[in-house]
Design a binder for this molecule. Structure first.
Ligand code: IPM
Ligand code: MN
Length: 355
């Protein structure tokens, strides 16, 4: 198969982890007789420096022309500490999501048997955890009307959802639940928010189309609590943009390191794959960044964009091998033990694939 992939490395550790995912994907292509053409393009602070726009039109065209987008991370402390900055790297991310129409952010949380002791939670609580969040990504308070009133002394952000936006996200949730254990949890705050009441009403109306799926409705505060008490009681969860942002960060550390969880963002036309972690600026260029979340994002890309299930499975298998063998970066080592470098982990994965 010919795979055309847009490569957006971004900022901070983005380029280093992306390099490993490219190496691993190329090894998979060699092994299974595919050909991958990568087209790099600028995003984030790197794009602001080069052309003054964190998601330039040229980059958008590269994404539109590709079958899938592989993305690293964006963000730079230079902007975080400057509240008056006119353009920010994160704006590029939001613009990209909106322009590509990637409204469903698929964020799995699963555990690795060899890492159960790395979790901040007790082993017996997390064993068997395998859940997926579907976070709505192009609506809600992230994109609602915002501003200042009262000479700048009052600020507002609004959360708006249209029924169709909820329906298309929920449809993906029901469909995903059908391929898993047929359990769907709708996360909202319907006891307070009108937008949440529309979410609940919309999902309830869709239930009859999927009679086999058992749907529960839970308030976001209760889910935040149960996620650390009984993460293995959840399967597929659907939620709006901001709740999903917060809960998926909470869920991502259950596996033991932020550097492990991949994600996919999909719409009707385009798909983008990226690690859940951010640009980790303090680690830039040090060779200590864990590449596994990005490598696993490439696995999701093979599976979801190209239906190449065996290819994805082999990536997951060699990732498991690196964890079991302890060929890992310092975030996964015992205290004081030196970690393997980012590229050593990548090299190990490639050798396992081709070996
Ligand atoms: C994420 C990030 C982004 C978000 C930021 C960087 C804008 O936290 O992908 O979860 O809030 O969506
Ligand atoms: Mn986030």
């Amino acid at each position: 198969m010919d795979l055309k992939i847009a490569l957006l490395a971004g900022d901070g550790i983005g380029p280093e982890v992306i390099e490993q995912a490219v190496k691993v994907s190329d090894a998979i292509a060699t092994k299974f007789n595919h050909s991958i053409s990568w087209t790099p393009a600028l995003t984030g602070a790197a794009a602001i420096d080069a052309v003054g726009d964190p998601y330039p039109e040229e980059t958008h065209q590269v994404c539109l022309g590709a079958d899938a987008v592989l993305f690293g991370a964006i963000g730079h402390p230079r902007f975080d500490n400057d509240p008056s900055a006119k353009v920010r790297p994160e704006q590029g991310l939001l613009k990209m999501r909106q322009k590509l129409g990637i409204f469903a952010n698929v964020r799995p949380t699963f555990t690795f048997p060899s890492l159960l002791d790395k979790s901040p939670l007790k082993q017996e609580r997390i064993e068997g955890t395998d859940l997926v969040f579907l976070r709505e990504l192009t609506g809600g308070i992230y994109f609602g009307e915002r501003g200042r009133l009262d000479d700048g002394n009052t600020a507002f952000d609004t959360c708006t959802y249209k029924r169709e936006e909820i329906q298309r996200l929920a449809k993906k949730g029901f469909e995903l639940a059908m391929t898993r254990s047929k359990k769907l949890c709708c996360v909202d705050k319907a006891n307070v928010l009108e937008s949440s009441r529309l979410w609940r009403e919309t999902v309830q109306a869709m239930e009859k189309k999927y009679p086999e799926v058992e749907v529960s409705y839970e308030f976001v505060d209760a889910v935040a609590m149960r996620l650390v008490q009984w993460p293995n009681s959840y399967d597929v969860l659907i939620t709006e943009n901001l709740f999903g942002d917060i809960l998926t960060d909470e869920a991502s550390v259950i596996s033991g390191s932020m550097g492990l969880m991949p994600s996919a963002s999909v719409g009707t036309e385009n798909a983008l794959y990226e690690p859940i972690h951010g640009s980790f600026p303090q680690a830039t260029g040090l060779g200590i960044a864990n590449p596994l979340a990005t490598v696993l994002s490439a696995a999701m890309m093979f599976e979801m964009s190209f239906g190449l299930i065996e290819e994805g499975a082999l990536i997951r298998k060699v990732v498991d091998a690196s964890l079991a063998e302890g060929v890992v970066t310092e975030d996964l080592k015992e205290n004081g033990q030196k970690g393997n470098s980012t590229s050593e982990v990548g090299d190990y994965l490639v050798a396992q694939i081709l070996g």
